[in-house]
Design a protein around this ligand. Structure first.
Ligand code: C2E
Ligand code: MG
Ligand code: MG
Length: 751
């Protein structure tokens, strides 16, 4: 098609509208619908998108164009007369014939070309028409034109070629079903339709009695053909309560004062068994006065509805436990708060988190962990009243929503029942498993109407319960929020502090216990806060870990410590290479590629891998053995040493010591404190030193602060020590002086 000058200034094509029209056209022509039904839909879409007020379908058989009853009238009153005239025939429809002959869309500004309807069209204010051929897509020999869609325009100028292309594409979709429908037109339409349809096909006479009832209709409704035919459809398939409306509709369709094609609708039907079910109905009429029929496809939607229901339920429930998930809980909290607001009652939200679940999961295997979660879900459900909700928030976290709670005291009562519910062991894989939970409680009235706030408050309280030693509950109060908020401000400050170079490393010597000679230093981070002065790690490490800032912080510490330690090479006494110990947090260790980072830092600093000790606290090693083991192996291959920090503070079995590549045990200060006080108090330290030597690990006694302790540790044959007795952590500038002293034994700075 060439671009005509009229196109200049034509309004721009609205691509989205046309895409929607194309989609609807494809949709309408993929189902089992008739050509008439699909054409009505497609013409409606095309006319709406192009702004054409009237459209119609013409059928083509043996090259001859014939009218059909399919019309689209955007304004019934204004254009109804076209349809009436159209019924008289389409002889002289030259535009349509041209489209058939050319096999492509054609436009005319001369309405005489459209045949008998032209006079009516001009009278109604129409000025031009376009005809689109529909090619038979089932025809292998080139696709004969089997129908024409003709649309009328109010403007005398030719539509743009874009509009032509889009409209032609939409109309072309009809070719898919032409093949089938052409055959139907050739013989008794209803019978053929009944055979080709995938859906139940039903035809009614003008009294609403069934004349056609295909095998699908038998299957769907449960009535055999011979039973159904002759019966009024209303007695066979319509639930009693819809009788009246059905009869009104049928009368309207038969009277023809409804559009002949009723677009797809969803209704309720009834089976022979009396069971109601959802259906989608597509209705049209055919035949003329005296033999008018109402035909319809009925699709049983029960399966689809069930599936949709399943999908919705899957999206809102946790797969493992079947409990509502976070999304559904949030919704319920929202409704509960709204109801509580109206009634002046309270809502309690509890969040229960299983203590040390990771550990359990690892020792039982994931399957065992899953079973435990299911069992916990069940037990919590039993605990509550029927209207309350137990949800799984993800992982090992559950939420309990209780409505109509009398207030604070009742909420406390529920919380203590929840903690108590964990007293009885859970049976998992045939064994009794004892677990505890930490529970946070928030009461609705305090939080106000936003569900997020209530969830946040319960969460804050739950973390407080964890911090407070687990196996307990905490009720949210405002001071907790203040704490959480101050943590937030620490986070912001710290982020800035890291970026602006406010971190400092201090170094504490680690000595040979026998000689007091320095074997290395542990790097300990400090924060030179612009307002608060030099801050120790207790003030910021936890929030750095919670916020993930520990990753850039740790990176800085590692780089700085390695860089610093590389400068000690010239100063070391006795030919021994000084080590530097760096504390590593779980988050760093969990980073994929972290070992590569360590290798890179070592290479850049020039420090030998054997000089670097990475200190990892015992709880980290117990919590996530799988990834930890992998990471430690990688580090071991680099040649760095691994130390277990604060050894003895965990609760673990010692099995992991055998499995993991560990070189050094740092005995926690709490074991060292009492070491000089008698055989009873020193028993544990003695045992750990012994354990280390059995496993061929180096032991470092942490926090030695008196000479007595030192002497006792010498007696126990602990090889290394660290503590204020030798030296407090020192800034880097003090290191040459310490090294110059040679041995630190007996030096007692400030104790
Ligand atoms: P830690 O790794 O167990 O470090 C030993 C802590 O014990 C240091 O506290 C040290 O100053 C203190 N200490 C040493 N000897 C004595 C003693 O004789 N008496 C007493 N009362 N304390 C002694 P600091 O520097 O406050 O560090 C505390 C913790 O912060 C460290 O425990 C470590 O877990 C963490 N930390 C420090 N720097 C870093 C770091 O760069 N990264 C990470 N992830 N954690 C760090
Ligand atoms: Mg340490
Ligand atoms: Mg320690």
């Amino acid at each position: 098609m060439t671009t005509s000058p009229e196109e200049v200034g034509a309004p721009e094509l609205d691509a989205r509208t046309w895409l929607d029209a194309l989609r609807s056209a494809a949709d309408a022509t993929t189902g089992p619908a008739t050509l008439e039904w699909a054409a009505a839909e497609v013409i409606h879409q095309v006319c709406a998108a192009a702004g054409w007020p009237v459209g119609r379908l013409l059928s083509v058989a043996a090259g001859r164009v014939a009218p059909t009853e399919v019309w689209h009238l955007s304004d019934r009153d204004r254009y109804e007369s076209l349809r009436t005239v159209g019924d008289a025939g389409a002889q002289g429809a030259r535009l349509a014939e041209r489209a058939v002959a050319l096999g492509e869309p054609v436009w005319t500004g001369d309405l005489a070309e459209v045949g008998p309807v032209s006079a009516e069209a001009s009278r109604a204010g129409l000025c031009g028409a376009v005809a689109f051929p529909v090619r038979d897509q089932g025809d292998r020999n080139g696709g004969a034109v089997v129908a024409v869609v003709e649309c009328f325009a109010e403007r005398p100028d030719r539509p743009s070629s874009d509009v032509f292309t889009m409209a032609a594409a939409a109309v072309g979709q009809l070719g898919r079903i032409v093949d089938r429908d052409r055959a139907a037109a050739a013989s008794d339409e209803a019978v053929l339709m009944a055979e080709v349809a995938h859906d139940a096909f039903i035809a009614l006479d003008e009294h609403g009695r069934i004349v056609e009832w295909n095998p699908e209709a038998e299957a769907v409704f449960g009535w055999a053909r011979r039973e159904a035919v002759g019966q009024p459809l209303v007695d066979v398939a319509v639930p009693a309560r819809h009788r009246q409306i059905y009869e009104e509709h049928l009368a309207a369709v038969l009277a023809g004062d409804s559009t002949p094609l009723v677009p797809r609708r969803e209704l309720v039907a009834i089976r022979r068994s009396g069971v109601e079910f959802p259906v989608q109905v597509t209705v049209w009429t055919n035949g003329n006065n005296g033999s008018r029929r109402v035909c319809g496809f009925v699709r049983d939607l029960s399966e689809r509805k069930r599936f949709e229901g399943q999908l919705a339920s899957q999206a809102l429930h946790d797969r493992l436990t079947g409990l509502p998930n976070r999304v559904l809980l949030r919704d319920r909290v929202e409704h509960a708060l709204a109801r509580a607001g109206r009634r002046g009652a309270s809502v309690a939200l509890l969040i229960a988190d299983i203590d040390r679940f990771k550990l359990i999961n690892e020792s039982l295997g994931h399957d065992g962990g899953d079973r435990l979660l299911v069992a916990v879900g069940l037990r919590l459900t039993e605990l509550l009243r029927p209207g309350d909700t137990v949800a799984r928030m993800g992982g090992d976290e559950f939420a309990l929503l209780c409505e109509d709670v009398g207030g604070y005291h009742e909420a406390v009562g529920i919380a203590s029942r929840v903690v108590g519910a964990f007293e009885k062991p859970f049976e998992v894989q045939g064994a009794d498993l004892s677990v505890t939970a930490s529970v946070g409680v928030a009461v609705g009235a305090l939080a106000g109407p936003a569900p997020e706030l209530l969830l946040r408050d319960a969460d804050v309280a739950m973390y407080r319960a964890k911090d407070g030693g687990r196996d307990r509950f905490e009720v949210f109060d405002e001071t907790m929020l203040a704490d959480a908020t101050s943590r937030l401000s620490v986070e912001n400050d710290l982020r800035r502090g890291i970026a602006q170079g406010q971190l400092r490393l201090y170094y504490q010597p680690i000595v040979h216990i026998d000689t007091g000679a320095i074997a290395g230093f542990e790097a300990l981070v400090r924060w030179q806060h612009p307002e608060r002065g030099l801050l120790p790690p207790v003030e910021f490490i936890t929030s750095a870990e919670e916020t993930g800032l520990i990753v850039p912080l740790g990176r800085y510490v590692l780089e700085e410590a390695c860089r610093e330690a590389a400068t000690w090479a010239d100063m070391q006494a006795g030919g021994e290479r000084l080590r530097v110990s760096v504390n590593v947090s779980a988050k760093q260790l969990a980073q994929p590629g972290w070992s590569d980072e360590v290798a890179q830092v070592l290479a850049e600093s020039g420090l030998a891998p054997r000089q670097l000790v990475l200190e990892i606290t015992e709880s980290v090693l117990m919590d996530d053995t799988d990834t930890t083991a992998v990471r430690l192996e990688e580090l071991r291959r680099l040649g760095v040493r691994i130390a277990i920090d604060d050894f003895g503070t965990g609760y673990s079995s010692l099995g992991y010591l055998r499995r993991l590549p560990v070189d050094i045990l740092k005995i926690d200060k709490s074991f060292i404190d009492g070491v000089a006080e008698g055989p009873h108090e020193s028993a544990l330290a003695r045992a750990v030193v012994k354990l280390a030597s059995t496993l061929r690990l180096e032991a470092v006694a942490e926090g030695i602060s008196t000479r007595k302790q030192l002497l006792q540790l010498r007696r126990l044959r602990c090889p290394y020590g660290q503590g204020y007795y030798f030296s407090r952590p020192q800034p880097p500038a003090a290191i040459p002086g310490l090294l110059h002293l040679g041995a630190l034994e007996g030096v007692d700075p400030g104790q």
